[in-house]
Design a protein around this ligand. Structure first.
Ligand code: NAD
Length: 414
């Protein structure tokens, strides 16, 4: 894989969309840089008694439409350029979803798998202490990301509330249900993606007969998508994969049985009656719909010619490399871009924030019906722009986002 600076890629995407709508130079310049960069070093006492200093970031890209919003990642590969790119994408995603948030992201350079539970809690609390001065329910609202989860969010809120001296659950979303989390957050990204997929197949006349689907990655997002599609007769999941490899069966795969096998053995590979394939093979299968749900840069200029799907739904962030993206568009393959397809997660985070601020707790059915409304209207807004400017859905999503953000920036400059 070529070593691409993710932040440079985001700037290219931004410039392309800015050209289409003749965005003024000042707005383009502002959107090209984060509004604020916070870089922290903070000490954590390990179980051995040793004090180790960690390196963390909170990048606040844009808040013209509302508080900065975005997750906190714990990973050994976290660096400034990655967090800057992720913060930029959050501004775009929140604007496409039309929810009242800007974009931000945080991260700590750490391999959390090497820490004990007590060390992980100390690290989480120490990081929040280090960035407490720049977050808040009306300022910047973090959430979980790679290797962080509801339990970690609960520790972070608890630490923040100790510092400010009052209850403020809306400062962080993605909390556990017992600590002010929202119903439906676990499945929100996949369900949001399913609503978008149902809309998309109607628009591109893919809605006759059963549609064959391949899903790469079976984590939170891919696993829940497998379940949802298995419950809908319009779709037949014929291939799935995890980090150890994939399986394919022309007769279709049963969610409960495949996941039961994965639970027992650690992988889908070896499931009875299926053929073993690699993750690369999965991408090239003769299916109607391909759903990358694992890693970035999976569809590249090396394999783009072999992709046979007619529609790609990007549940992962950044699974299609820019040069492959153009090629797919030229060949008439519809790519529903990440900042639209996987926006269901941040949308339910917004619902959580809203419930916390109002001291409410919504039923799951209400969360789902509001999510459907947001996803379908975002899809249709992007679709209309793609028709208006004769551009693909990714460019249309960027045009929509930049237009909405620049409008808010002009309003706030008045
Ligand atoms: P996760 O850690 O739960 O799952 C990732 C899965 O990817 C793992 O289960 C593993 O089976 C699979 N995997 C790892 N290496 C692989 C490989 N080489 N080939 C195929 N599969 C491999 O993560 P997740 O929360 O499901 O996130 C998946 C993607 O969706 C990421 O790109 C993430 O940024 C994006 N995303 C997640 C959310 C969310 O709400 N969780 C929201 C928006 C976007």
């Amino acid at each position: 894989m070529t070593n691409i600076n993710p932040y440079e890629s985001t700037i290219k995407q931004l410039e392309k969309a800015a050209n289409i709508i003749n965005l003024d130079k000042a707005t383009l310049e502002i959107l090209s840089y984060p509004k604020r960069i916070v870089e922290v070093r903070f000490p954590v006492r390990l179980d051995s008694g040793e004090v180790k200093v960690f390196h963390g970031y909170r990048i606040q890209h844009n808040d013209a439409r509302g508080p900065f919003k975005g997750g906190i990642r714990f990973h050994q590969a976290v660096d400034m350029n990655e967090v800057k790119a992720l913060a930029f994408w959050m501004s775009m995603k929140c604007a496409v979803m039309n929810i009242p948030f800007g974009g931000g992201k945080g991260g700590v350079t750490v391999n959390p798998k090497g820490l004990s539970e007590a060390e992980l809690e100390s690290l989480s609390r120490a990081f929040i202490k280090a960035i407490a001065a720049v977050i808040g329910s009306r300022v910047d609202v973090p959430a979980p990301d790679v290797n962080t989860n509801p339990k970690i969010m609960d520790w972070m809120v608890d630490e923040y509330e100790k510092i400010v001296g009052h209850s403020e659950p809306a400062v962080i979303t993605g909390k556990s249900l017992d600590h002010g989390g929202s119903e439906g957050r676990g499945i929100a990204t996949s369900l949001g993606g399913k609503y978008v997929l149902d809309e998309a197949i109607g628009k591109v006349s893919l809605d006759s007969g059963t549609l064959k689907v391949a899903i790469q990655g079976l984590g939170n997002v891919g696993g829940n998508m497998f379940k949802l599609l298995g419950e809908d007769k319009k779709y037949q999941v014929v291939a799935v994969s995890d980090s150890r490899g994939g399986i394919v069966s022309g007769a279709g795969l049963d969610y409960d049985k495949v996941m039961g096998h994965k639970k027992e053995t650690g992988s889908v590979v070896g499931f009875v009656g299926t053929k073993e394939i690699t993750n690369e093979d999965l991408l090239e299968l003769d299916v109607d719909i391909l759903i990358p749900s694992a890693l970035e840069n999976q569809i590249t200029k090396e394999n783009v010619d072999k992709i046979k799907a007619r529609l790609v739904l990007e549940l992962a962030n950044g699974p299609t490399a820019p040069e492959a993206d153009e090629e797919l568009h030229n060949r008439g393959v519809v790519v529903v871009p990440d900042i639209l397809a996987n926006g269901g997660g941040v949308t339910v985070s917004y619902f959580e924030w809203d419930q916390n601020l109002k001291n409410e707790h919504w039923f799951e059915k209400d969360v789902f019906s509001k999510l459907e409304e947001v996803m379908c209207s975002s899809f249709n807004d992007v679709w209309e722009i793609s028709k208006k400017y004769r551009i693909d859905l990714r460019q249309a999503a960027y045009v929509l986002a930049i237009d909405r953000i620049s409008l808010a920036m002009r309003e706030s400059a008045k």
